[in-house]
Design a protein around this ligand. Structure first.
Ligand SMILES: Nc1nc2c(c(=O)[nH]1)N[C@H]1C(S)=C(S)[C@@H](COP(=O)(O)O)O[C@H]1N2
Ligand SMILES: [Mo]
Length: 335
C-alpha cells in the first residue's frame, strides 16, 4: 500500500472547494457586491489559421421519435480505449462531484436528483446558418456516437479516469453550421433556482458559462458526454449532456448544457468572472504553472488517493499542443 504524505501546498480535503475560497474573501471585501471585472481582450494570431473541420457523418433525422432514449453503451473508440490509468470506480466518480448549482462542496449527488432532464431542449444559435432548437435525444441520434476513456483533471489537483460516451463536439459544430465569422462557441447551463439551490446564491454569476475557440471545439478530443460507465450520464455528472475537454482543467467541462452560441466575442466564463486572478479562459493543464494558492505539479487520483505527476495538457499534447503555439506570453498564465 502506498502511504501518501501531504506536503504543505497540498490542499487538505477538509478545506475542499478551493475553487470557491476567494468568495469568502471577496464577500468580505465587497460587502456582498459583485465586483465587475473586465476580461482582458485578446487577439489570437495562432488560432487564426484555422484547421480544416474534421469530416463528420451526420445521420438524417429519422421519423419523429421524440422521447426515445439512445441506448448505451456506445462502441468504444479504439484510440481512446485506454487512458494509461485504472478507470475510477463508478461509485467514486458519481459521489464526488463539482456542480455548484447544487452546492459548493463535493457531496451534491443527492441534491442533483431534483434536476428535471426530460424534456431537454438544446438551442444552437448566434453566428450560424440557421438557429435551431432540438430535443437532446434527437440531437444525439443525429451524431456519431462512441465511448472514450478519458483522464480528467480538476484545477483543485484531483483526477479521475472515466469511460464517457457521447459524440464529438466537432459533429455538433458541423450540424450547427457556424458562419466563417464565428470565432468562439459559448456554452450555457440551465438556470432553474427552483431546482438548483446553489443558483439562489446571488453572488455567483449564474448561469454557468463556458467557452472554447472554434479550433478547440472542433479538435478531435473535445467531446459531449451523454453517458458514462456504459449508461446514460447521471444528473450529478451533468445530464443530459456535458462537455469534456480532457486537456483542460475540469471547470471548462460545463454540465447540463442548454445552449451553444457561436460568436466572434470571447465568452466571459463563470470562473473567469468569479475569480479572474485565479481562473482563466484557456485553463490548459500545466504542471509548471501553479495556481496562486497551490502547486499543480502533481495530482491525487480519486479512489486510492495516489499522488502522480501532472502532465502538460494532461498528457494530450499530441492532439492539442498545436492549438496554442504562438499564443502571447501573457495568455500563458493559465495554461
Ligand atoms: N454547470 C456546471 N458545470 C460544471 C461545474 C459546475 O459547478 N457547474 N463544475 C466544473 C468543475 S470545477 C469540475 S472539476 C467538473 C466536475 O465534473 P464531475 O462532477 O463529473 O467530476 O465539472 C465542471 N462543470
Ligand atoms: Mo474543478
Amino acid at each position: 500500500m502506498k502511504v501518501v504524505r501531504r506536503r504543505g501546498w497540498e490542499v487538505p480535503e477538509a478545506q475542499a472547494t478551493p475553487e470557491a475560497l476567494f468568495w469568502d474573501r471577496r464577500r468580505l471585501l465587497t460587502a456582498g457586491g459583485l465586483a465587475a471585472v473586465a476580461a482582458p481582450s485578446l487577439s489570437v494570431p495562432a488560432l487564426a489559421q484555422r484547421r480544416g473541420q474534421p469530416a463528420v457523418a451526420l445521420a438524417p433525422i429519422g421519423p419523429a421519435q421524440t422521447g426515445d432514449q439512445v441506448v448505451h453503451p456506445f462502441p468504444r473508440a479504439e484510440r481512446f480505449a485506454e487512458a494509461g490509468r485504472a478507470v475510477t470506480a463508478e461509485e467514486v466518480a458519481t459521489t464526488y462531484n463539482n456542480f455548484y448549482e447544487f452546492g459548493s462542496h463535493k457531496q451534491i449527488s443527492r441534491a442533483a436528483q431534483r434536476l428535471t432532464t426530460q424534456p431537454w431542449q438544446v438551442r444552437l444559435d448566434g453566428m450560424v446558418e440557421t438557429p435551431m432548437t432540438l430535443d437532446a435525444a434527437d440531437l444525439e441520434r443525429r451524431l456519431p456516437r462512441e465511448e472514450r476513456v478519458y483522464r480528467f483533471r480538476c484545477v483543485e489537483a484531483w483526477a479521475m479516469t472515466v469511460p464517457f460516451s457521447g459524440y464529438p463536439l466537432a459533429a455538433l459544430v458541423a450540424l450547427a453550421k457556424p458562419l466563417s465569422s464565428a470565432k468562439y462557441v459559448r456554452m450555457e447551463t440551465f438556470q432553474r433556482p427552483e431546482e438548483a439551490p446553489g443558483q439562489r446564491q446571488f453572488w455567483y454569476p449564474w448561469p454557468y458559462i463556458e467557452g472554447l475557440t472554434i479550433e478547440e471545439a472542433t479538435n478531435e478530443l473535445a467531446f459531449i458526454a451523454t453517458g458514462a460507465y456504459g449508461k446514460s450520464i447521471v444528473k450529478q455528472m451533468g445530464a443530459p449532456l456535458r462537455l469534456v475537454t480532457p486537456w483542460k482543467y475540469g471547470f471548462k467541462s460545463i454540465k447540463s448544457i442548454v445552449r451553444f452560441t457561436f460568436t466572434d466575442q470571447r465568452p466571459k466564463t463563470f470562473w473567469e468572472v468569479s475569480g479572474p486572478s485565479e481562473y482563466g479562459f484557456w485553463a490548459n493543464v500545466n504542471p509548471e504553472v501553479p495556481h496562486p494558492r497551490w502547486s499543480q505539479a502533481s495530482e491525487r487520483l480519486l479512489g486510492n488517493d495516489e499522488r502522480v505527476p501532472t502532465q502538460v495538457y494532461n498528457g494530450y499534447g499530441e492532439w492539442v499542443a498545436g492549438l496554442y503555439r504562438g499564443l502571447p506570453a501573457s495568455e500563458r498564465l493559465f495554461m
